[in-house]
Design a protein around this ligand. Sequence first.
Ligand code: DQA
Length: 146
Amino acid sequence: IRILVLHGPNLNLLGAREPGIYGSVTLAEIDSMLVAEGNQLQAEVKAMQSNHEGVLVDAIQAAKSEYQGIVINAGAYTHTSVALRDAIAAVKMPTVEVHLSNIYQRESFRHHSYIAGVAIGQISGFGVQSYRLGLHALIHHIRHSN
Ligand code: DQA
């Protein structure tokens, strides 16, 4: 199984960015943790980050031919991007939405997700573990849904 992990805007700053909310782990550390976790589950994980909505749309479209599923933390685009939602709907790939913080505990503008309606499910609030749990959930879904 091949899984694409997509990180949206500002997640390249993890470790330095609002550590009280997002923790001190860097994005590179998260990615290597997910690759290792994937190995244990016989899955190949590739991660990429972009601050640009269109680059993320392109990555989702291109994923169709190479990956069986997507783990996405769309960052602030979660709350704004119909384009990302439409891209996920278009490729019809199983997608798990993750967030480091619990978006429902925060400002009301973070309570709505455009991604949620096209995702298998959402994991929010467990810090770095949200990604690990999301990866597990996605792989389990892929292995047990056919
Ligand atoms: C986030 C939550 C979003 O509201 C925020 O814009 C982010 C990070 C999270 O992982 O908690 O950039 O997706």
